[in-house]
Design a protein around this ligand. Structure first.
Ligand SMILES: Cc1cc2nc3c(=O)[nH]c(=O)nc-3n(C[C@H](O)[C@H](O)[C@H](O)COP(=O)(O)OP(=O)(O)OC[C@H]3O[C@@H](n4cnc5c(N)ncnc54)[C@H](O)[C@@H]3O)c2cc1C
Ligand code: FES
Length: 499
């Protein structure tokens, strides 16, 4: 955010009407890639973004662009067969190459650097999984090898190694994509939240301010899908993750892109800084939104970074989240079983840089009437693989049910509004109703309904980010109740704090 200009695309004016071939809802990497691919294929396109483009998850990501996704290939070989794993590898590696090609085509300096990707383990118990992954990924067509040397400043037990991958500055890439989209006759509307969808011929979209868009096709690329008639949210688990950064001397750059799925995960990459040093970007401490102790998790992650990179000069930190599909593969394709002209791209499972670009390529093909060989793999209407991975699905549902019931029975964090300290928030009962109460630094209490406007789970206060987070499907709300993250689309209702 701090090394790119802010965007200033206009909102779609109140009462205005626009008619396009394709309307894309959401200006993250999935939406912008889809819109750009379609514009390039000669379609008229409008991107409708609730806030500013490339400021959602895609603006806060770590932006490794790789087909090596942890230990995904062994899992896919088991659940989707060797052919499924091969199609996944082909489409994801195709996306890596597409990013390089588009950056060249648009002549954009998006700090694209070719890097080797590693998935490593530090415990002997993980060696077998690494060997299995090397084998599965190789069978899927990737040039993976087994190694014990990674360039990281600590010993690893074993690692999967995949050369020829990439990393980039996501906003520099995405802002260039949007500019080129507009140069090709496409439109980008910011501060245009879509609140209504009528599926028909054509489809009609309504924005919060009353503006209307008609389009033959509609792509829902809102991260957590809005207008989710197929209940896709029940097949997605939100995972929030923390990011800490800091400058390190160039000589300490480990020179690759690294990930371990051990414990609460650790991901490492670096990016160039203007003074010749490198910006270390460390990610980890995955947790379900709504979990407590976010500040302590930040502390653990920062301590890990300092321990392994002693020259680290602490920089900015942030948090963001992605949705893990219960059967590993993103959901890209027709929105629901009866959909004819509505499409979705979601569930990137922490790999939406390649996944979002792959989504753009796939959706542009599908909308153009073509069906690439991996269309079925990603088809959101698939059910059999969800059934095969039923334990993950059931675990997620059990977790949601637990939150729905147990959170209501749990005693409130503070007995009374008066017990809430400035700068903090608690769920308390006011007149028998669960209320989310935040007391600002000036001492004023702001009360909201604690019932998430998606499906009614109780939100919890995230002290590190000062937000109300829903543990069920990951919606997040600001302390004034406005939506920060879907699937919720409506703000938390205001309540009287009674002070
Ligand atoms: C900590 C972390 C690190 C990651 N690192 C990597 C990585 O190294 N490599 C990788 O491949 N992936 C990574 N990912 C995953 C990747 O960042 C995401 O999968 C990807 O950014 C998701 O893109 P998106 O377009 O779906 O969502 P977003 O970028 O969030 O875009 C969705 C947009 O839709 C808009 N929107 C929502 N509702 C509406 C509405 N009603 N009307 C209009 N607009 C709306 C939002 O404002 C938002 O701008 C990481 C994820 C996390 C959490
Ligand atoms: S996000 Fe689904 S109930 Fe809150």
């Amino acid at each position: 955010m701090s090394t790119t200009p802010a965007t200033a695309y206009p909102p779609l004016a109140t009462g205005a009407g626009v008619d396009v071939d394709v309307a894309v809802i959401g200006g993250g990497i999935a939406g912008l890639s889809t819109a750009w691919e379609l514009a390039r294929a000669g379609r008229s396109v409008a991107v409708l973004e609730a806030g500013r483009i490339a400021e959602g998850v895609s603006g806060r990501t770590t932006a490794k662009v790789t087909a090596l996704h942890g230990l995904v290939y062994a899992r896919l070989r088991r659940t989707r067969g060797p052919e499924g794993a091969r199609l996944y590898a082909r489409s994801q590696q195709g996306a890596v190459e597409r990013v390089a090609e588009v950056a060249r085509l648009l002549d954009v300096d998006c700090e694209l650097e070719r890097r080797t990707a590693y998935t490593y383990v530090t415990e002997a118990a993980g060696r077998f999984a690494v060997r299995e992954e090397v084998n599965a990924a190789e069978q899927a067509g990737l040039e993976t090898t087994f190694t014990e040397r990674t360039g990281l400043p600590f010993r690893v037990e074993a690692a999967v190694r995949l050369p020829g991958q990439a990393q980039f500055h996501p906003r520099k890439y995405l802002l260039a994509l949007a500019e080129d989209l507009v140069a090709r006759g496409g439109a980008v509307f910011e501060h245009t939240r879509v609140t209504r969808l009528h599926e028909g011929t054509p489809c009609r979209l309504g924005a919060e301010n009353g503006a209307v868009v008609t389009a033959r096709d509609v792509v829902v690329a809102t991260h957590a899908p809005v207008f989710d008639r197929a209940l896709l949210f029940s097949r997605l688990s939100p995972r929030r993750e923390l990011v800490v950064t800091g400058a390190i001397p160039d000589g300490q750059d480990p020179g690759g892109m690294f990930l371990t799925e051990e414990g609460t995960r650790r991901s490492v990459r670096t990016a160039p800084l203007s003074d010749g040093r490198r910006l270390l970007i460390v990610t980890g401490e995955s947790f379900a939104p709504g979990a407590a102790d976010v500040e302590a998790r930040f502390g653990r992650l920062a301590a890990w970074a300092r321990e392994h990179f002693p020259g680290l000069e602490p920089g900015v930190r942030w948090a963001t989240q992605d949705n893990d599909p219960t059967d590993t593969v993103p959901l890209i394709g027709p929105f629901h079983p009866r959909a004819r002209h509505t499409w979705v791209a979601t569930g990137f499972g922490g790999w939406g840089m390649s996944g979002g670009v792959a989504a753009g390529m796939l959706l542009a093909e599908l909308i153009g009437g073509h069906r690439p060989p991996w269309a079925e793999l990603y088809d959101p209407r698939r059910l059999w693989s969800t059934v095969r991975e039923a334990p993950a699905f059931l675990r997620h549902q059990a977790g949601v049910a637990r939150h729905f019931v147990a959170d209501r029975l749990r005693p409130p964090g503070a007995e009374h509004v008066a017990g809430i300290a400035p700068g903090t928030g608690e769920v308390v009962r006011i007149d028998g109703r669960h209320c989310a109460v935040y007391r600002d630094e000036h001492g004023t209490a702001h009360a909201l309904s604690a019932r998430c406007t998606h499906l009614g789970c109780l939100v919890a206060f995230n002290a590190a980010e000062r937000s109300w987070d829903c543990p069920c499907h990951g919606s997040r709300f600001a302390t004034d109740g406005s939506v920060l993250q879907g699937p919720a689309v409506r703000p938390l209702e205001e309540r009287d704090a009674g002070e």
